[in-house]
Ligand binder design. Structure first.
Ligand code: ADP
Ligand code: MG
Length: 342
């Protein structure tokens, strides 16, 4: 259906039909000039992410439902990275003429699914026509007790550096999708065959999850990280952020960086170095955090957490320790929205 048939208000009411807020902090959701929220004694966290067609996603291979899911989840990930809980989102859409009502319903079904899975209320947004493809901007609110919030600047010398899950798979998934995009133009069956056995890589790129589970597990284990952030641009770049903000150095063992076997195989196929992919590939949305050494025993049973190194004095720099004991200075080569010369 042509969006013109429904008009802006018809589209909004179709997309937001039956949305019922679950949080007691949502006093008023969709339907007035502004949402009304009451966070009581807790502190409010706010984060926003903008996704532009042609810059952040390519609809030739990204399904709209996945895109909606991812657009919401990357925001939740930022709230978890502060050791908070996401509670509400608002969704702003710029929609070009070539999109149909059904396509926007697809996109919205992904956003709504993410809200359901993570227990977040959709409380508003804005919808407008665009001349430059699809734009999705999601703003997320969250809460945390003041004493629970974890910043990037709290890492101390001798703290252990931890990261969750595994790294590099989302980047390799993107490489695979980009490669097969060209193949698919000639032969879609060939492209489909190339995806066999690589489902995990595609899932990591197209449908990432935020590590709500780890945040809850750390709380249960009685561990409050000394610093934390999510890995959206690549491990190297995020480590350097923590070190800069905390005024410390770090030492990370390349052999301890967690990678998945599908990622290892894909890297080999593409002739890429897997550690480089793990260090510099982005979009894994895992958590990078530091803990006090006294929490070592407590962290061992926490599932899916890897200790990859330690924080050291700033004079010693930020280094990667290779398998043969060689030290390489860490460099940020992750995703940069404004690369030089562009
Ligand atoms: P206004 O003209 O005051 O900006 P709108 O007509 O744009 O209001 O929106 C009406 C209601 O629908 C508001 O509650 C707004 O938050 C909500 N809304 C509009 N667009 C979206 C969207 N893309 N997602 C969720 N809610 C939306
Ligand atoms: Mg509006």
């Amino acid at each position: 259906m042509d969006i013109k048939e429904l008009g802006e208000f018809g589209l909004i009411s179709r997309l937001t039909k039956d949305i019922k807020p679950q949080h007691s902090s949502t006093l008023k959701g969709i339907g007035d000039d502004a949402a009304v929220l009451d966070f009581g004694q807790e502190q409010t966290l706010v984060t926003t992410d903008i996704l532009l067609e042609g810059v952040h996603f390519n609809l030739e291979y990204v399904p709209l439902k996945h895109l909606g899911y991812k657009a919401a989840v990357v925001n939740f990930s930022d709230i978890y990275a502060m050791n908070g809980r996401p509670t509400q989102i608002v969704v702003a859409l710029g929609i070009s003429k070539r999109f149909t009502v059904e396509q926007m319903e697809e996109l919205f079904s992904g956003i709504r699914l993410a809200c359901e899975v993570y227990g977040v209320d959709l409380v508003g947004g804005d919808t407008t026509a665009s001349y430059t493809g699809l734009t999705i901007s999601i703003t997320c609110l969250g809460v945390a007790k003041k004493e629970d919030i974890v910043y990037r600047n709290g890492a101390k010398v001798n703290d252990l550096i931890c990261c969750t899950g595994n790294l590099g798979a989302a980047y390799l998934g993107l490489q695979l999708l980009e490669r097969e995009r060209l193949v698919a133009e000639v032969s879609p069956e060939e492209a489909q065959k190339a995806f066999e056995g690589k489902e995990y890589l595609l899932e990591r790129q197209l449908k990432p999850e935020a590590r709500k589970d780890v945040i809850e597990a750390l709380r249960k284990a009685g561990i409050k990280p000394t610093s934390m952030m999510d890995i959206s641009d690549g491990l190297s770049s995020e480590l350097l952020h923590i070190c800069k903000e905390s005024k410390v150095g770090c030492c990370v063992y390349s052999g301890k960086i967690p990678v998945d076997y599908e990622a290892v195989a894909m890297a080999e196929e593409l002739n890429f170095d897997i550690v480089t992919c793990a260090l510099n590939g982005g979009e894994d949305y895992e958590l990078l955090f530091t803990i006090d050494q006294k929490d070592y025993e407590k962290i061992i049973p926490v599932e899916d957490v890897n200790i990859i190194g330690y924080i050291q004095k700033p004079e010693l720099g930020s280094v990667l320790m290779g398998r043969n004991g060689e030290e390489i200075a860490l460099k940020a080569q992750g995703f940069d929205a404004f690369p030089e010369g562009k």
